[in-house]
Design a protein around this ligand. Structure first.
Ligand code: SF4
Length: 460
């Protein structure tokens, strides 16, 4: 197999070069996880909500075609213009055509992981259209020319001093000022000008209601509302799995989303967009981009229940200490490691292995996705499809031969203990990544079974 040019372990190594940053990243995300726990435990019916959400989504996945058609009919009746995109390229073409038709050269966009997945920003830039991301975290990573590292907290890897420097360079704030309140106010002034001048606005979609054809966008900054209400053209981009059957189901999902994401009872703004304002155009772009394929993979279908809360990332010990960029895909963390191989097995074959399979992700997931089991399943699929390194495959074959025969296991153990005592450098060296950050344990004098046999004999 050809390895991708980047892989999780190499990129995580890079992130780990700055140990204080790793510790602080780890602790901050754990703090968010603890906030989530407090909110979840404050609701006696939390587990019932999770189960209900999971069942609603299961129903959606089983009847996706019908709900999508219902949503389209309602949206058309509401006066929206509906587009269908089979993949990222078609999505980008549709959005570009709409903007070019209206002569848009500069526009605002609120947070949308779908447009990150489709690499919309570089596509628009290549077509002469400048995009201003208006979510504060997204704007920060955009100014830093980096992708988001977390689906809810896009610049969680950045320290306030770095943000102060970025704002000094791009927004002209005083050098050395890293006060979060001051920087937020500066960003607000800067973004307000963009909102007022922009003829077009792109938003993501958190939930699309089939019954009414409306869309709900959740933000804490109100930036989706500012963009969409002030612009002549609103383009809402959504993955086809964002559908929920009825408006009443929002009562389940909105209670779960913000609590799971940031430990808030609800997002500051849960904005409903149903029809275009007089004189405005409302476009909805429904995007597949591999979702139908994932729907057809029985073992991985449930991953489409995801409501992108980020809770699985905040709790994941690997994500917290390797950082979002180490996943080299738009959606990082445990859920990203399930979604990405569906798009390209070869390029993302490393991701399902970036997990301890501890199951904490599945425990916190508000829609009860069996995340760690799907990661384990992906490993099996990737090995069967030949997407692991020759070294790893050979190693697994040797391990299988050793572990399946007690005689082989005993001999290998004896030999291993002798090698570790006589030639420790053979194992504990820079070629062996396992020992890079670990102390070599002293080999025991005898194996457990030798000790047990000896112990039994001595007692007689
Ligand atoms: S998989 Fe579950 S926990 Fe992770 S982002 Fe999606 S909904 Fe949230």
């Amino acid at each position: 197999m050809n390895r991708p040019t980047t892989d999780h372990a190499t990129l995580a190594d890079k992130f780990n070069e700055d140990e204080p940053r790793v510790n602080w990243h780890d602790e901050t995300l754990w703090w968010v996880r603890a906030k989530r726990d407090r909110q979840a435990w404050s609701i006696p019916e939390w587990e019932l909500l999770r189960e209900t959400a999971s069942q609603i989504k299961l129903n959606v996945l089983g009847n996706l075609h019908d709900y999508l058609i219902q949503f389209e009919q309602q949206a058309l009746q509401n006066g929206a213009i509906v587009h269908w995109a089979a993949d990222a390229a078609e999505h980008n073409r549709i959005v570009t055509n709409i903007l070019q038709k209206h002569g848009v050269k500069r526009m605002v966009k609120s947070k949308s992981m779908l447009t990150e997945e489709c690499h919309l920003n570089p596509h628009l830039m290549a077509n002469g259209i400048e995009v201003i991301d208006t979510d504060l975290g997204e704007r920060i990573v955009q100014l830093a020319e980096e992708p988001p590292s977390h689906i809810v907290l896009p610049c969680i890897h950045k320290k306030k001093e770095e943000i102060g420097e970025l704002f000094h360079e791009h927004l002209g704030t005083p050098a050395g000022n890293a006060d979060p309140q001051f920087l937020t106010a500066a960003a607000r002034q800067h973004l307000r000008k963009e909102f007022l001048q922009s003829k077009a606005a792109i938003t993501g979609v958190n939930f699309a209601v089939a019954e009414t054809g409306e869309m709900v966008v959740c933000t804490n900054e109100g930036n989706a509302d500012m963009g969409a209400h002030l612009a002549d053209v609103h383009i809402a981009c959504m993955g086809i799995e964002k559908i929920i059957p009825q408006r009443k189901h929002l009562g389940v999902f909105l209670r779960l989303l913000a609590r799971s994401a940031t430990g808030q009872p609800i997002t500051t703004y849960s904005s409903h967009f149903r029809k275009p304002a007089p004189g405005q155009e409302l476009h909805i772009v429904l995007v597949d981009n591999g979702r139908s394929r994932q729907l057809g993979r029985e073992d991985f279908r449930n991953s489409l229940k995801c409501i992108r809360c980020g809770a699985c990332m905040n709790t994941c010990p690997v994500y917290r200490r390797s950082g979002g960029h180490s996943y080299h895909t738009a959606v990082a963390g445990p859920i990203g490691a399930i979604l990405a191989p569906n798009l390209n097995m070869k390029d993302y074959a490393d991701l399902p292995f970036a997990s301890t399979l501890c199951g904490s992700c599945s425990n916190v997931c508000p829609v009860k996705i069996d995340i760690h089991q799907q990661l384990y399943k992906w490993r099996q699929v990737l090995v069967q499809e030949g997407h692991t390194t020759g070294m790893k495959s050979a190693g697994m074959k040797i391990m299988s031969a050793v572990l399946s025969q007690p005689g082989n296991y005993k001999k290998a153990g004896k030999m291993g203990r002798w090698v570790m005592r006589a030639f420790p450098g053979m194992v504990n060296n820079r070629m062996n990544p396992w020992y890079k950050q670990r102390e070599m344990p002293a080999p025991p004098a005898q194996s457990f079974s030798e000790w047990y046999a000896q112990n039994k004999k001595d007692k007689k």
